[in-house]
Design a protein around this ligand. Structure first.
Ligand code: ADP
Ligand code: GLC
Length: 496
């Protein structure tokens, strides 16, 4: 162990630490949620901190067609039903992060989303599609696919890449250590246990001590069980997932990993999310010169069809519209929000009943409630800049990024006290450093109460200005997250 620690120390001086990230999404090529933002920002931050950080991605059309300067690394024979699989390496557009792409047209080159077809139905061959991602990651990690490069650490994200940890445990080769990050325990990658044979893992892994989970096959569990270290995206969520309330049945597995599990808070991409330079905005502003924010609000009200009332507190929501995100709580609290003189603007898509209920509310309250169903990156920036309050009333939230974007844009977050939301927002009742509004119970009444408190603060201009200044002074930087990951990598290497 001592020798390994010394090696890690020597490496820091001599050669950069080599880390391979494996993920299914990266902004702006493929994004269904915050995972894509994290992957896009974390690798450049690791590179700034001196690491040789590379990314492995499935060759979905938006990825395979956008990665620049691709060269063939190796041809991989028929595997997981694909006749031809080729590993290529190029660079991500914009950030120039080195990216390996698994070119497997049979499994990846199709329309629709990364996990579902255009109608929202999961791809029937997702097990093969994501087994391939994990398998290639593990073989790259073992130094078997790229003669010129092998990582010291493999960092797999979410269930999509989790099998890499099981393949590495099954065939330990080389000194590479695995790290697994849980971005959302609710999405577990569950499959029919009868298909276990497709994976080519040892039969012993078919057990509850392996990837079996209540009669199913769980890819999430492959990461939780077999990674050397497990992280999640906030310290709060790291504690929560060890409890039955938030553990989705995996809390026992997580408790079993003891101190191998930790939380590292996500950051904000400070170039992409900067009210001083954001090209999507009608006007620019910052903490010293906040006036442009009002111009953003007026432009947003006009674009959304809301009444042009500068003094109506504007509540915004940018979100997947699901039960996780507490959209039903918001619908329940809407009458109180309107009674208090507020306006509501929603951008999102998701569960049909929630979309329809929001649209019905917009029809019932023209000029006061507006809803845009769909996905629109530029409008998300305008909404976050132009609103007074950004709502994140989630039932659970591993980290949450929109409250961080809100803080940076001086749009005060109103959040539930869970996971990363509790870790990043300080309630107005705190006399020092308040940045937003935090409520406890997952009920419309508790949310309505927080809305009333927000409106009262909004009417108290000096107090509001002070909170906005505090919010904009927060520094959730990717550089400190990158340092925390590097420390963890060093520990994993030293710990054997
Ligand atoms: P999650 O990953 O659980 O969906 P996060 O808050 O971590 O939640 O990340 C959501 C990301 O997706 C943010 O970048 C947010 O701005 C973005 N987003 C969510 N819905 C939309 C939408 N309809 N249009 C544009 N961006 C969206
Ligand atoms: C997940 C979580 C979200 C987190 C994001 C990025 O989608 O739901 O809370 O911010 O991953 O880590």
């Amino acid at each position: 162990m001592k020798a390994a620690a010394d090696d890690a120390g020597a490496r820091a001086v001599s050669a950069p630490l080599k880390v391979l990230h494996a993920a299914a999404e990266v902004f702006p090529l493929v994004k269904t949620g915050g995972l894509a933002d994290v992957v896009a920002a974390l690798l450049p931050a690791l590179a700034r901190a001196g690491a040789d950080a590379r990314l492995l991605l499935p060759g979905l059309p938006a990825i395979a067609d956008a990665v620049a300067h691709q060269r063939t690394v190796c041809e991989i024979g028929p595997v997981f039903g694909a006749a031809r699989v080729t590993l290529r390496c190029g660079q991500l557009p914009f950030t120039h992060v080195p990216a390996y792409v698994i070119d497997a047209p049979y499994l990846y080159r199709r329309g629709g989303g990364p996990y579902e077809d255009a109608h929202g139905v999961e791809w029937p061959d997702n097990l093969q599609r994501f087994a391939l991602l994990g398998w290639v990651a593990a073989h790259l990690a073992a130094g078997e696919l790229d003669v010129a490069w092998a990582p010291d650490v493999l960092h797999a994200h979410d269930w999509h890449a989790a099998l890499a940890c099981a393949y590495m445990a099954a065939h330990p080769a080389g000194a590479c250590r695995s790290i697994f990050t849980v971005h959302n325990l609710a999405f577990q990658g569950l499959f029919d246990l009868a298909d276990f044979g497709l994976l080519g893992l040892p039969a012993a892994f078919r057990a509850p001590t392996g990837v079996e989970f209540h009669g199913q096959l769980s890819l999430m569990k492959a990461g939780l069980k077999f990674a050397r270290r497990v992280t999640t995206v906030s310290p709060g969520y790291a504690r929560e997932i060890a409890t039955p309330e938030f553990g989705f049945g995996l809390d026992g597995v997580i408790r079993g990993r003891g101190t191998d599990v930790s939380g590292i808070l996500n950051g904000v991409d400070r170039e992409l999310w900067n009210p001083r330079t954001d090209t999507a905005l009608a006007a620019h502003y910052d903490a010293e010169a906040p006036d442009g924010k009002l111009a953003c609000k007026r432009a947003l009200q006009a674009a959304a069809g809301l009444a042009p009332q500068a003094d109506a507190p504007l509540f915004g929501l940018v979100s997947r519209l699901t039960a996780q995100k507490g959209v039903d709580l918001l619908l329940g609290a809407l009458p109180a929000l309107l009674r208090a003189g507020g306006q509501l603007l929603v951008l999102g898509s998701g569960e049909r009943v929630l979309e329809e209920a929001l649209q019905a509310a917009a029809r019932a309250h023209p000029g006061r409630v507006a809803v845009r169903i769909g996905y629109d990156e530029a409008f998300a920036h305008r909404l976050i800049a132009g609103s007074d309050v950004i709502l994140v009333p989630s039932r659970f939230e591993p980290c949450g990024l929109t409250q961080l974007y809100g803080l940076r844009y001086g749009t005060l977050p109103l959040v539930r006290r869970v996971g990363g939301l509790a870790d990043t927002v300080v309630d107005a009742s705190d006399t020092m450093g308040a940045t937003g509004f935090v409520f406890d119970d997952a009920t419309p009444v508790a949310l309505a109460d927080a809305v009333a408190r927000a409106v009262a603060s909004y009417r108290d201009e000096p107090a509001w200005r002070a909170m906005r200044r505090n919010a904009m002074a927060q520094d959730f930087s990717w550089d400190s997250a990158a340092q925390a990951y590097l420390a963890l990598y060093a520990q994993a290497i030293a710990g054997g």
